[in-house]
Ligand binder design. Structure first.
Ligand code: ADP
Ligand code: MG
Length: 253
């Protein structure tokens, strides 16, 4: 963490969304989104395809722009100001469904690139940091390979390591296992569970309900751009309140 960033206490709001609305042209994709992720919390977002889950989390680091309402990340309000956006992006790690690794760079280069070019670290130091996180996701032995030479599960673990190299304060996951073959899902979920156990603040879009039950402090259900229901996993799964949540859970469980 850089010195100009105030360290947040446990329980302080890491992400706040208040009255957030977004449109794609005429299409109202996010409707009055209100929620808070506190430091150290693990939140799972689920909901049908097209309900706005990706759009919601992409608004947090300004990969998408919202038109109404307030988003505050680690105390910094998200505005058009590029300095603010960069400040927020430094604090927020993101892992995508399709890994988004650079195919022409090795695993080690993928992980050390931003440390060298964005953070201006000496290459040796950047590579040592990258190796540390590659070891943490148990893939250091593949450091010299290219993404195309790895399995999907391995590539996703590299993507997580690459994010961790930047020392994010919160990690956003957008369906990190949904492009993976079934036998590779566990190796990625295990890494995510370890991160959660180490206290990482996490906001995860996933339909892995076993993960949600094990790790989540709260589960959020979205439908048609709205948060329909939000609860601790036990009541969420055992006693869902809304009919839409009941229908969704009956289809995926
Ligand atoms: P989810 O992640 O829950 O599947 P998305 O956030 O990807 O949902 O998309 C929500 C809705 O917004 C969908 O109907 C989708 O077609 C639409 N949408 C997503 N991205 C765009 C875009 N760039 N332009 C127009 N419509 C979009
Ligand atoms: Mg999505």
């Amino acid at each position: 963490m850089s010195t100009q960033q105030a360290k947040l206490d446990d329980g302080a709001p890491m992400i706040e969304m208040r009255g957030v609305n977004k449109w794609y042209g005429d299409f109202h994709v996010l409707r009055d989104i209100d929620f808070t992720v506190k430091k150290g919390e693990r939140i799972v977002i689920c909901g049908p395809s097209g309900s706005g889950k990706s759009t919601l989390i992409r608004c947090i680091n300004h990969l998408e722009e919202h038109q109404q309402g307030e988003i505050v990340v680690g105390g910094t309000p998200l505005t058009q100001d590029i300095k603010r956006i960069e400040q927020i992006r430094r604090r927020v790690g993101m892992v995508f469904q399709h890994f988004n690794l650079f195919p022409h760079l090795t695993v080690l280069e993928n992980c050390s690139l931003a440390l060298v070019w964005v953070q201006k670290r000496p290459r040796r130091e950047a590579e040592a940091t990258a190796m540390k996180y590659l070891e943490r996701v148990r893939i250091a032995d593949q450091a010299k390979k290219y993404p195309g030479q790895l399995s999907g599960g391995q590539q996703q673990r590299v993507a997580i390591a690459r994010s961790l190299c930047m020392h994010p304060e919160v990690m956003l996951f957008d369906e990190p296992t949904s492009a993976l073959d079934p036998e590779m899902i566990k190796e990625v979920l295990d890494v995510m569970i370890e991160l959660a156990e180490e206290g990482m603040t996490m906001l995860c879009v996933t339909h892995e309900m076993g993960f949600a039950k094990t790790v989540a402090d709260r589960v959020i259900f979205m439908d048609q751009g709205q948060i329909i229901e939000e609860n601790a996993p036990e009541p969420f799964f055992n006693n869902p309140q809304s009919e839409r949540t009941q229908l969704f859970l009956s289809q995926i469980l």
